[in-house]
Design a protein around this ligand. Structure first.
Ligand code: UTP
Length: 408
């Protein structure tokens, strides 16, 4: 892209101010800004006008989860099916580590956070160790794709290298960067981080599959014979990855996607629950759950919208490919975004000051034809770290790790 083309792109989206300082910049900075303009997805800006319109949900009906008792009955056969798929190399894993982790308040990538007390225990290390359980069970390495973003790629890759990939076979790890979207002020103008840099942020965890494609990894995935990808969040330190029993159950039920779920801790817990929406699998967010839905019971008197998602999904690749050309919905969310003010100082606000555009992996579920919600024991598999203290925090995750015998 040259200057004229970049200018045209900015004009198209009403963002000419991005070039306000262009003439003051060094040649290198000019080049860098043009490259950033080229790489940034500005199409999302056209959604800004609709930000106050609530996405209307379709008709919500229950989607039965496979619950613990049923899983227990079939554990051995699911395990065998899962192990054989793993041994055949049909399963890969995708670690979503492109997020900014703003709530945790660390400047480093979240996975580099040390949750140890008497020794160093990094979040990334926990994830690799959890994956090792399955490597040992099956005698096979599972290919791990690690999604980073422009903001944390260098730090993440350097950290893994320094730590010698926590003993994992390097040949089975591929890093890739996710796409970036601009952050805008409340009037819809792209914020600048410096004279030569727009404030951009990763375009949400739902961007993972398009980013896989854009990075040319789909061919590699096909060559390796990988048919399913287990996508999971960086911040759940009890995450079971490539769990053979889960894989076996999804294979046996022949579903396009499987979703690990936990029973809600209480009816008002802030977690999205699995359901059908207009007959297709979907997730209804806690703030969308009406009292009627909260009170709905099955024939045994149990609540039907009671299984919350924990961001651990097993996607069948051929079904992902079918939806790859479809547009994902974007969510416009208020966040605290660093920006350069009129006095040309960099401000790092503590409170939200801007809108970001994010695609969410949960919207991909609604694009699939079938989904198996698969119940897991909360205290054994769900210890998310979102905050420093309180709910879903370093403190609560440490307690759960100890409960599971992890020495901190
Ligand atoms: P969160 O929704 O918790 O977002 O991510 P976050 O950016 O990590 O944290 P906050 O909201 O700023 O505090 C859930 C998972 O999705 C990944 C995160 O790394 C985490 O594993 N994610 C999120 C991405 O990979 N890319 C994104 O653009 C956003």
């Amino acid at each position: 892209m040259n200057y004229q083309e970049a200018k045209k792109k900015l004009e198209q989206y009403g963002q000419e101010h991005v070039f306000q300082y262009y003439n003051e910049l060094s040649d290198k900075d000019k080049e860098q800004l043009i490259e950033q303009i080229q790489e940034t997805d500005m199409e999302v800006l056209s959604l800004f006008e609709q930000k106050d319109k609530l996405q209307k949900k379709g008709k919500i009906t229950p989607l039965a989860a496979m619950q613990l008792d049923e899983i227990e009955k079939n554990r051995q056969s699911y395990f065998n099916m899962g192990c054989s798929a793993l041994k055949d190399g049909r399963i890969g894993a995708v670690l979503l580590a492109g997020g900014m982790g703003t709530r945790l308040g660390s400047d480093e990538p979240k996975g580099m956070y040390n949750i140890g007390i008497t020794r160093e225990v990094y979040i990334f290390e926990r994830i690799i160790q959890n994956l090792f359980d399955v490597v040992e069970q099956t005698g096979t390495y599972i290919h791990l794709f690690i999604m980073t973003s422009d903001k944390n790629h260098k730090q993440t890759t350097r950290f893994f290298q320094e730590k010698n990939y926590f003993g994992y076979n390097r040949e089975y790890i591929t890093f890739f960067k996710q796409d970036m979207a601009p952050a805008v002020d409340y009037q819809g103008n792209i914020l600048m981080e410096s004279k030569s840099n727009m404030s951009t942020s990763p375009n949400g965890n739902g961007g993972w599959f398009t980013s896989i494609i854009r990075n040319g990894l789909l061919d590699e995935i096909h060559q390796k014979g990988i048919e399913f990808l287990n996508v999971f969040a960086v911040d759940n330190v009890l995450q079971r990855i490539a769990d053979p029993v889960f894989i076996g159950a999804v294979l046996e039920k022949n579903c396009a996607v499987g979703s690990k779920v936990v029973k809600k801790a209480n009816p008002n817990e802030n977690v999205g629950v699995m359901c059908l929406e207009d007959g297709k699998p979907s997730i209804v967010e806690y703030y969308e759950l009406t009292d009627e839905l909260k009170d709905a019971r099955d024939e045994n008197g149990k609540p039907v919208y009671n299984f919350g998602v924990i961001l651990n999904y097993l996607f069948r690749i051929k079904d992902l490919e079918k939806i790859a050309s479809k547009k994902m919905p974007f969510h416009i969310v208020k966040k605290a975004v660093p920006y350069m003010n009129e006095s040309e100082e960099l401000i790092k606000p503590k409170e939200p000051n801007a809108y970001k555009f994010e695609a969410l992996v949960l919207d991909m579920i609604h694009m699939m034809d079938s989904c198996l919600p698969f119940e897991v024991v909360r205290n054994k598999e769900f210890a998310p770290i979102k905050n420093k203290t309180g709910v879903d925090s370093v403190e609560s995750a440490r307690a759960l790790l100890k409960e599971n015998g992890v020495d901190l």
